[in-house]
Design a protein around this ligand. Structure first.
Ligand SMILES: O=P(O)(O)OC[C@H]1O[C@H](O)[C@H](O)[C@@H](O)[C@@H]1O
Length: 315
């Protein structure tokens, strides 16, 4: 296991009970944007209609940064600092409430990659709901929730709750994911935040992975090659699809566009780098995926929770 260091922490909203248990602004999963608009209360948090008429939460910080999150998939699709979007949504992304949104930071849950259920699980194509919105020292915060329903039960027959808190600061975006077993029997899952960063692929690089055990899915995703990363600076010279086990709690992405982004985490023990190269000829030059992941399954007994945090900051 990688050592988890909490050199930073998510601010706690001023309330006595744990954030994942509080529901001051409890909303329902099936609702119109109009009803959401009335109930959202945090400063700098508003709900609007996004592409495909899907409800979209917009976070605006007093420092001028902005983030957008679709309730479909619980997917942060945009994080802008000084009007520059540091995330990327693929041009082939669809916003139809059926297919996952291909871009931003989709959730892979309860399975990363291929396996017994659909690729990357179902959390990225279900409707999440807003349970809380607030501001911490002026920074907008939104908390959303996903629970099991007939659709998830049809492929993964467990009762669960996922709570995802997103906080925008001047130059950072932090998230906290809490998965709770609300069933009467244990379950296990793998998960990831499949973040697409806007990049110039030829100039992009990631530092911090040297020494990690690798599972290289190129050339055969079903039989990954086990290896060890020897490079200080990992680049994207062609097709890249590689899992890094027990990655450190901070990586540094140079997006090749003049920005350096620190990617810190707690409890996301693994990382994945992905660029599809010529498989996506129309857009591969414009992004790289640097994913915080939990590849080895987390086992949760009834009432147990697993929490992981991520802090993206422009340095
Ligand atoms: O096309 P998607 O289902 O969104 O998956 C896109 C990619 O996600 C991850 O990075 C996996 O490691 C890749 O093997 C996969 O191709």
């Amino acid at each position: 296991m990688a050592t988890v260091s909490m050199s930073w922490s998510l601010p706690t909203i001023n309330n006595s009970s744990p954030s994942h248990l509080r529901r001051p602004n409890r909303l329902h999963s099936v609702m119109t944007s109009a009803s959401l608009k009335k109930e959202i209360s945090g400063v700098g948090v508003r709900v609007t209609e996004g592409q495909g008429n899907l409800p979209k939460v917009v976070l605006s910080s007093p420092h001028g940064s902005e983030a957008e999150l679709y309730l479909f998939g619980g997917c942060v699709t945009s994080w802008k600092v000084a009007n520059k979007d540091l995330l990327f949504v693929r041009p082939d992304a669809v916003f139809n409430g059926q297919k996952p949104i291909s871009g931003g930071a989709p959730h892979c849950f309860p399975q990363f990659g291929p396996g017994p259920i659909q690729q990357h699980g179902f959390a990225r194509n279900m409707n999440w709901s807003v349970v809380d919105s607030d501001d911490v020292e002026g920074n907008p915060v939104v908390t959303i929730e996903l629970k099991d329903g007939p659709y998830s039960r049809s492929m993964w027959d467990f009762s669960f709750q996922a709570i995802y808190k997103v906080i925008l600061d001047a130059k950072s975006l932090s998230t906290e994911l809490v998965i709770t077993n609300t069933d009467k029997i244990p379950f296990s899952f793998s998960t990831a935040l499949h973040t697409y960063f806007h990049a110039a692929v030829t100039g992009a690089s990631v530092r911090g992975l040297r020494g990690c055990k690798t599972l290289n899915k190129d050339p055969d995703p079903k039989n990954p090659l086990v290896g060890k990363e020897e490079r200080d600076v990992v680049t994207f010279p062609g097709f890249v699809d590689c899992v890094y086990l027990e990655a450190p709690d901070e990586l540094l992405l140079d997006n090749g566009l003049g920005d350096k982004i620190s990617i810190k985490n707690s409890n996301w023990t693994d990382a994945v780098l992905w660029n599809p190269y010529l498989q996506m000829e129309a857009c591969y030059k414009d992004f790289v995926c640097v994913e915080n992941a939990k590849i080895e399954k987390v086992q949760l007994d009834p009432e147990q929770s697993w929490t992981a945090t991520q802090l993206l900051s422009l340095v």
